[in-house]
Design a protein around this ligand. Structure first.
Ligand code: HEC
Length: 202
């Protein structure tokens, strides 16, 4: 008799477990046997802190800290400045690889505003962004390489900097490509080889 009773109870539990209430929507928090660290005390960005004296959870780095991967012994390489002035020259290899990489980055990050040829004739201009600079104009040809690098890194006027999107090396690659666009836009007959000049009858 005991067995029959036990089997009956287990049967009822089994049936309830399989066919019991399902698909019901509840607004109550679910029963949690193991919470699997779903909830734990932590600070949300920009939230208040009762722990730190200034009441902020976001902490500034300790004075003099240099984040990993952001220290460059060569100041010109990372800032475009030599002493107080913008310097000139390329602290990266000036070769086909650099310029191709520069072209690739330029087309991703700059052409939308400055145009694929760098002349400022771009999609955003079509939609009303009229102040975008023509990178091939003489004023910018006269910029030193370091000065162009600084614009890419820190931005200028209405333009944001690209320090967080382009690595130091890529910024230089882009500047190198901008130099190529400037030469292409301002080329003269003298840039042609004698053979080419003859071919064109110039
Ligand atoms: C969202 C649009 C936009 C993008 C993207 C953009 N620029 Fe600009 N850029 C501008 C505008 C607008 C100006 C004019 C800023 C001003 O004079 O206020 C400008 C100005 C410049 C200048 C001239 C600065 C000066 O001193 O007059 C250079 C050089 C330049 N950009 C290079 C770049 C390069 C290289 C990239 C890609 C890494 C880039 N820009 C991406 C909008 C953009």
């Amino acid at each position: 008799m005991r067995y029959v009773f036990l089997v009956f109870i287990l049967g009822v539990i089994g049936v309830l477990a399989i066919l019991g209430p399902r698909g019901e929507v509840s607004t109550r928090p679910p029963l949690e046997v193991f919470s699997d660290m779903d909830r734990m005390p932590k600070y949300q960005p920009q939230a208040k802190s009762a722990f730190f004296a200034d009441g902020r959870t976001d902490r500034l780095p300790v004075d003099g800290t240099v984040a990993r991967g952001t220290y460059y012994e060569n100041e010109y390489y990372s800032t475009g400045e030599s002493g107080e002035e913008f310097g000139s020259g390329f602290p990266i290899g000036v070769d086909y690889d650099s310029i191709s990489r520069g072209e690739d980055r330029f087309n991703i990050y700059c052409s939308i505003c400055h145009g694929a040829a760098g002349d400022g004739d771009s999609m955003t201009k079509k939609y009303g962004m009229l102040t975008v600079a023509n990178l091939t104009e003489q004023r910018l040809v006269d910029y030193t390489d370091g000065q162009l690098y600084d614009v890419v890194k820190n931005g200028k006027g209405l333009m944001l900097g690209y320090a967080d999107r382009l690595t130091v090396e890529d910024r230089w690659n882009v500047v190198l490509y901008v130099r190529a666009l400037q030469r292409a836009a301002n080329g003269t007959v003298d840039d042609l080889t004698p053979a080419k000049r003859e071919e064109l009858g110039l």
